[in-house]
Design a protein around this ligand. Structure first.
Ligand SMILES: Nc1ncnc2c1ncn2[C@@H]1O[C@H](COP(=O)(O)OP(=O)(O)OP(=O)(O)O)[C@@H](O)[C@H]1O
Ligand SMILES: [Mg+2]
Length: 335
């Protein structure tokens, strides 16, 4: 508003200058002075209309859209849809959150961990995953060698500091957490903790999501027991799954759980992703067929579901690859 008012004032001055300065010798220098002054006020505004900035339309979250998308587009993950949007809303509504928001998404392959991360990015940033304030780190791609730990620690620190400097509400997605070099993730500790300032920056508005398959076997086992007892999938709660995960035990076994992030309770939410069943495969197939403009029939959906492999061998309840291969199976069937 301030900029607008000032720009209008300057425009009026410019017009008056035009009217009263009859000689071109006076008009041109005056016009230049006024134009340069206006640029000072309008420059950042015009720039941010065209290029991504940490303000306005680029970073205003679409919370209703996020809730709707999670409910409508993510199948079979009631624990995810319930917990994730609530946690994000709480963090965004808090003008000065006590710490950065940190999620750990755990579960079987193809259950939607990357998919949900992408939906979150799309509703917090206009440019979604392409935003310069959204960073996806893939362990095997970005940090493949244990021997390079020292160099990686610096690289990761620099990435986080640079992004938060540009935008305090940065989003960091760490894929394949279980494959991160041992000790690397401990670098994140100061940025996730309750510190007011680290390196003169406040990291408490940022969001971290850690993805891994760690604990997937246990989550599946727990759901299978629940299923065998004849209970509805939607009745399963986070608590028994968390207990099944028995995080202390993991601590001793894999790189991620060695990390002091867990010992120091810096992860706010462990979100279990449940293995997907045949009915969810059909829902994924329907979404994919619609996206590609194909007709949707029960026969086609069954053909896609028949293409998938299911476990355990005797009961065949859970898709071994979740919804991951659905899109290519649809192409195969429809071409
Ligand atoms: N619960 C789900 N609801 C809707 N679509 C899903 C779901 N899970 C997976 N999909 C579809 O399958 C694709 C692959 O899933 P995604 O990459 O999110 O799996 P993941 O959990 O990250 O697996 P991995 O552990 O192998 O990395 C998604 O892009 C999406 O199209
Ligand atoms: Mg993934």
């Amino acid at each position: 508003m301030k900029c607008d008012a000032m720009a209008k004032k300057l425009a009026v001055i410019f017009l008056i200058t035009l009217i009263f300065n009859q000689t071109s010798a006076l008009i041109i220098p005056s016009a230049i002075v006024v134009a340069i002054s206006s640029m000072g006020y309008l420059g950042p505004k015009i720039y941010c209309q065209l290029k991504e900035c940490c303000s306005g339309k680029w970073t205003s979250p679409n919370i209703t859209g996020l809730q709707l998308s999670l409910q409508k587009r993510v199948f079979g993950q009631h624990l995810v849809t319930e917990t994730v949007s609530k946690a994000i809303i709480g963090h965004l509504n808090n003008k000065s959150p006590g710490k950065a928001l940190a999620f750990s998404f755990n579960g079987w392959t193809g259950s939607g961990k990357n998919f949900v991360s992408k939906i979150i990015a799309e509703h917090l940033f206009r440019k979604g995953m392409d935003s310069k304030y959204v960073h996806q780190v893939i362990a095997t791609h970005d940090f493949p060698h244990q021997a390079e730990l020292k160099h990686y620690k610096k690289k990761l620190k620099d990435l986080i500091v640079r992004s938060v400097k540009g935008c305090p509400r940065s989003l960091f997605i760490f894929d394949e957490m279980d494959k991160m070099p041992f000790g690397l993730i401990d670098v994140l500790k100061p940025y996730l903790d309750h510190h007011h300032e680290v390196e003169r920056l406040d990291f408490r508005k940022s969001i971290f999501i850690f993805l891994s398959n760690t604990g997937a076997g246990l989550i599946n086992q727990e759901l299978l027991t629940h299923w065998k007892e004849g209970k509805k999938r939607e009745e399963i709660r986070i608590k028994p799954l968390d207990e099944a995960l028995n995080l202390n035990e993991f601590n001793a076994k894999t790189g991620f759980w060695h990390s002091s992030l867990i010992e120091k309770h810096l992860i706010d939410y462990f979100i279990p992703f449940l293995p997907l069943e045949r009915s969810h495969i059909k829902m994924c197939a329907k979404a994919d067929l619609e996206l590609k403009g194909y007709p949707v029939t029960e026969e086609i959906l069954n053909r896609v579901a028949d293409e998938m492999l299911y476990s355990p061998e005797d009961l065949k309840v859970f898709s071994k690859s979740g919804c991951k291969k659905v899109s290519s199976k649809v192409d195969y069937i429809m071409l």
